[in-house]
Design a protein around this ligand. Structure first.
Ligand code: HEC
Ligand code: HEC
Ligand code: HEC
Ligand code: HEC
Ligand code: HEC
Ligand code: HEC
Ligand code: HEC
Ligand code: HEC
Ligand code: HEC
Ligand code: HEC
Length: 329
């Protein structure tokens, strides 16, 4: 279904001739109808996911057990203690009266008394993504970074903490990730991988910028798990602050459409990550008699001879200017 949803989305590079106010409506409508069609098409083929046990009331196998301390666990699990715990950030759980291993696996006395009874300890591999994540959230929920996780698109699609992190077997140095970030995301997001392979792109491949600079993989309160609203401005201007002004002479679409009105954030086949291949085609989407009554037409001496095609040759400060209402400087 996700694939269907992706494919039915308009190609971001195709020249969409839009009017500023109507475009968003169109996009919403297109998305909504695409989503509806996909859902309908996918229905007969999809069996409902197996019902998860009600996480809230899941029996705790360690209920009634007492804490025995990490040194006891170490007695039988010295390998994991030495190689996969003591050298990780979670070793912090050995201090300040915390319970070490048992903070995650639950109190261990019954497990130990049973000589390693697996039914008396929390085994993460047998938990649903939601239940496993809930155990992590006990400590990490309060972190702003994770505060939207329970409502995130990721969790709703069965992507839990352990899809990306591993407390004992992390393979990347940062944040206990199972793979380096870019490879991790690409593993599930093939379409975005293709977008970042286009010639004009944000270079996530060499680590110049990360997916998590713009998205919060733990969910956010904005569309597309973006770090700020509307794909538009803030998410971009924390790095490209010079593009947002405030300017004495604003170019209205920058404020109204956001950066995504003219650029594709991931990558593009057009220079400057533009949505269309020629700058004049981009400008004339709005600055032409047929486009929009509120937008001034390019003056009549702007014939479309080669000289006038590269509009930004003269109108260089296209994001806004403090000196010139026509963005010449
Ligand atoms: C931060 C939570 C957390 C802490 C603390 C923790 N574990 Fe784990 N443990 C997990 C998770 C999650 C898994 C599932 C495998 C994974 O994702 O790394 C796991 C898996 C295991 C396994 C299964 C074998 C394996 O290698 O996956 C054993 C045994 C284990 N833990 C023992 C311990 C012991 C002993 C300690 C203390 C030295 C400990 N754990 C501390 C979360 C934790
Ligand atoms: C007396 C030895 C002993 C002690 C002490 C002990 N365990 Fe175990 N534990 C075992 C054995 C043996 C197994 C494997 C059981 C099996 O495979 O059926 C096991 C399995 C586990 C598993 C499940 C691993 C899996 O297969 O995914 C976890 C988690 C675990 N132990 C955590 C702990 C924690 C936490 C402590 C400390 C509270 C602890 N153990 C103390 C012997 C011990
Ligand atoms: C009992 C509290 C507790 C639980 C439960 C817990 N953590 Fe942690 N976690 C910590 C502490 C303490 C640290 C280290 C200090 C810090 O960086 O905040 C930490 C650090 C981390 C880090 C950051 C590592 C880094 O390099 O910055 C990740 C990722 C993480 N935990 C994931 C998990 C996952 C996944 C689970 C569930 C399997 C989990 N934690 C369960 C307390 C906990
Ligand atoms: C889709 C993948 C993904 C999922 C799911 C995910 N994380 Fe993360 N997490 C990441 C990435 C990537 C980073 C590194 C972010 C960065 O470097 O900007 C990270 C960073 C962290 C950190 C360290 C940074 C911080 O916020 O202090 C913690 C702690 C953490 N995650 C905990 C969790 C917990 C707990 C869960 C489940 C509730 C979870 N993560 C679910 C990908 C994920
Ligand atoms: C420069 C900021 C930026 C970076 C870096 C970035 N994204 Fe995005 N991403 C966006 C914006 C903005 C949107 C919303 C586009 C829209 O709504 O038209 C988006 C949308 C998405 C979507 C939703 C589907 C879609 O295309 O609308 C996914 C999935 C996604 N990004 C994954 C990723 C992954 C994976 C990475 C890293 C490999 C990444 N993004 C890096 C800004 C970024
Ligand atoms: C285990 C698979 C998996 C991993 C790993 C993963 N994702 Fe996702 N992601 C999904 C699924 C499934 C969806 C929901 C369907 C979709 O939109 O593609 C999703 C959705 C998204 C969305 C769109 C949310 C929306 O509102 O439509 C963004 C953005 C995103 N992921 C970013 C990331 C980033 C960044 C990473 C790496 C840190 C990452 N994902 C890692 C599976 C994954
Ligand atoms: C974390 C910082 C960061 C964020 C956030 C960011 N960018 Fe960038 N951007 C860069 C860097 C660095 C480059 C230069 C890339 C290179 O040289 O490969 C760049 C390049 C670009 C370019 C191409 C410039 C050229 O000369 O070809 C455009 C267009 C662009 N970004 C637009 C955006 C938009 C739109 C957003 C928001 C969706 C955004 N950026 C968010 C850092 C960022
Ligand atoms: C009205 C369309 C439009 C909007 C909206 C727009 N841009 Fe641009 N942008 C362009 C054009 C056209 C170019 C190419 C200029 C050139 O060829 O000299 C460009 C170039 C760029 C460049 C690379 C060249 C440079 O001047 O550094 C960056 C970075 C950039 N834009 C970022 C942004 C950001 C960030 C936003 C949102 C705040 C944004 N743009 C909004 C049309 C737009
Ligand atoms: C999404 C629609 C849109 C796009 C694309 C667009 N513009 Fe504009 N442009 C506007 C609007 C709206 C105004 C503001 C008119 C006003 O202030 O009354 C404007 C104003 C201008 C002005 C100032 C006109 C005046 O009378 O002050 C110039 C010059 C201009 N644009 C050039 C360009 C160029 C060059 C491009 C291509 C790089 C471009 N525009 C792309 C909508 C657009
Ligand atoms: C050779 C330089 C040059 C190029 C290239 C150029 N312009 Fe202009 N543009 C001008 C001049 C000069 C003016 C008039 C300024 C004035 O009235 O003082 C102007 C004015 C405008 C205005 C304002 C009209 C009004 O009535 O307010 C718009 C809109 C505009 N140009 C759009 C474009 C577009 C779109 C392109 C590309 C197709 C383009 N320009 C290419 C020089 C240029």
């Amino acid at each position: 279904m996700e694939d269907c949803r992706r494919e039915s989305k308009a190609n971001p590079d195709s020249a969409t001739y839009f009017r500023p106010p109507a475009r968003k409506w169109f996009r919403c409508f297109a998305l909504a109808s695409a989503f509806f069609l996909c859902s309908a098409a996918a229905l007969p083929a999809t069996t409902p996911p197996p019902k998860q046990p009600d996480d809230q009331h899941l029996a705790d196998p360690t209920a009634g057990s007492k804490f025995v301390g990490a040194d006891t666990c170490k007695g039988c699990h010295s390998d994991i203690y030495e190689k996969n715990f003591a050298n990780t950030p979670h070793a912090a759980l050995l201090k300040d009266g915390k319970h070490g291993c048992e903070d995650c696996h639950g109190a261990g006395s019954a497990h130990v008394d049973g000589g390693g009874d697996k039914t008396k300890i929390i085994v993460f591999s047998s938990l649903s993504p939601a239940e496993a994540s809930r155990r992590c959230m006990v400590c990490h929920q309060s972190n702003l970074e994770n505060s939207a996780f329970s409502q995130s698109v990721h969790l709703s699609q069965g992507v839990g903490c352990l899809s990306c992190h591993s407390p004992h077997h992390a393979a990347a140095p940062e944040a206990l990730l199972i793979k380096s970030q870019t490879q991790l995301c690409y593993g599930c997001h093939a379409q975005q991988k293709a977008e970042f392979a286009r010639p004009y792109r944000h270079r996530v491949d060499v680590g110049l910028i990360k997916c998590s600079d713009c998205h919060n993989p733990h969910g956010s309160f904005h569309d597309r798990q973006l770090r700020s609203a509307d794909g538009g401005m803030e998410v971009c201007t924390k790095c490209h602050s010079e593009k947002v002004g405030p300017f004495s002479f604003e170019h209205m679409p920058v404020k109204q459409e956001g950066c995504g009105g003219c650029h594709t954030p991931h990558g593009s086949t057009n220079p400057r990550q533009l949505r269309v291949s020629q700058v004049n085609m981009l400008c004339l989407q709005c600055h032409s008699p047929i486009a929009n009554r509120d937008t001034p037409e390019a003056p009549s001496f702007h014939n479309q001879s080669a000289k006038y095609q590269a509009c930004t040759l003269c109108h260089t400060q296209i994001h806004g200017s403090n000196f010139d209402e026509f963005f010449f400087r």
